[in-house]
Design a protein around this ligand. Structure first.
Ligand SMILES: NC(=O)c1ccc[n+]([C@@H]2O[C@H](COP(=O)([O-])OP(=O)(O)OC[C@H]3O[C@@H](n4cnc5c(N)ncnc54)[C@H](OP(=O)(O)O)[C@@H]3O)[C@@H](O)[C@H]2O)c1
Length: 342
């Protein structure tokens, strides 16, 4: 089979195809024929040295895939040949508090990822998807959609009528808009262009703020709620956006801390944090149950993942470049198998 490996870091020039033996299912494992893989910001942040955690080159990249079970190992009862599945972002977090090994076990970090024609994996590290969900859509759910789901859920889930603030039009944020609207919330979104503002409005955002034209977008968001502040922020920007998020948040409401897209500042002001009265919850994508809930929510029909572009397996490097360009809307997907009607 063919797979890709980052033989070295420092950009995408060292992402090379390798011919390797087909994997075989050991006891408790299944072999998945990979149909489609989607990229996340971390997949480009790792090889370009922008990911805060250390990574070693040589591994197969990517965490998010959809495919079909083609071999079942001894002792596997929950899956059968022909079942359609997606990968769990965290292969061994099944519920409860995250295990101490969570970070070390991530795909493309402690173990090979999914940018391969076949992959052997523990049967508990994938979840089933319904027949009607195309692989191209399904492969976007393990990280971006599940993260958005976890942000809106948690110990104090977003309720109908509450205000949710989303930042930009990346994969996590677009799912957050869709899931928040499906939950009956009101959504304020930020973005950097008129075209993307139209997309957000079309997806149901109740108000859109251009964060380049309005550097005080957090205060503007607060005003849009009548002064009370927003009830949940899906905070993907990090150091460069936290100050405005703290200006937007309602007292005792939650900022779900997700990402670090904007590294333009290196520190957070303690006074601002204190005065905001915000609850901060760091999100780590979500466990297996959160993934199953996300699949159920998307399968119910009203949420269609926004796909920016689809690249053939042989042009995977271009897919990474496309995501890295930043000039995109929605998920970048790589079709891996030749299966028709992905
Ligand atoms: N903690 C977790 O569980 C978790 C899970 C998934 C992702 N993440 C992290 O979350 C972040 C988002 O991931 P993603 O995959 O959604 O990213 P992505 O798809 O690469 O996001 C790209 C978008 O980010 C927006 N953006 C960039 N700078 C911004 C700013 N200053 N303010 C508002 N929007 C800005 C832009 O939107 P516009 O073009 O509209 O301006 C851009 O299109 C990343 O840092 C990622 O590593 C964390």
């Amino acid at each position: 089979m063919r797979c890709y490996r980052f033989d070295a870091f420092g950009g995408f020039d060292h992402l090379n195809v390798h011919e390797e033996p087909d994997p075989q299912a050991r006891p408790g494992e299944v072999v998945v024929r990979v149909d489609a893989v989607s990229l996340n910001f971390r997949d480009v942040a790792i090889p370009t040295g922008r990911h805060p955690a250390p990574h070693d080159p040589g591994l197969v990249p990517t965490s998010d895939a959809a495919g079909e079970v083609v071999e079942v190992g001894e002792g596997v009862t929950a899956l059968a040949i022909g079942d359609r599945v997606i990968s769990a972002f965290h292969p061994r977090w099944f519920g409860g508090r995250p295990p101490a090994t969570l970070a070390a076990e991530q795909y493309g970090r402690g173990r090979d990822g999914w940018l391969a024609e076949f992959k052997a994996v523990g049967s508990e590290s994938v979840v089933k998807i319904p027949a009607h969900l195309p692989a191209v859509d399904a492969c976007t759910l393990p990280c971006a959609a599940t993260t958005a789901w976890t942000c809106l859920g948690g110990p104090d889930p977003v309720r109908p009528g509450q205000w949710v603030l989303t930042l930009g039009t990346g994969g996590v944020s677009l799912f957050a808009v869709q899931l928040a609207k499906a939950a009956g919330a009101r959504v304020i979104s930020t973005t950097s262009s008129e075209k993307k503002a139209e997309l957000l409005s079309g997806m149901g955002a109740d108000a859109v703020i251009n964060y380049l034209e309005d550097p005080d977008w957090g205060l503007t968001a607060r005003r849009l709620t009548g002064g009370a502040g927003v009830d949940r922020i899906v905070e993907v920007g990090g150091p460069g956006t936290m100050s405005q998020s703290m200006a937007a948040i309602a007292p005792d409401a939650e900022i779900a801390l997700v990402g670090f897209l904007d590294g333009s500042k290196s520190s957070i002001d303690f006074g601002e944090l204190f005065r905001s009265s915000a609850h901060i919850r760091q999100v780590r994508v979500g466990d297996r149950q959160r993934l199953q809930e996300t699949v159920a929510a998307v399968s119910a029909g009203s949420i269609k993942p926004v796909i920016d572009s689809l690249f053939p397996f042989g042009e995977a490097v271009d897919a990474f470049r496309r995501l890295d360009s930043g000039d995109l809307t929605g998920k970048v997907v790589i079709s891996v198998s030749n299966k028709k009607g992905l």
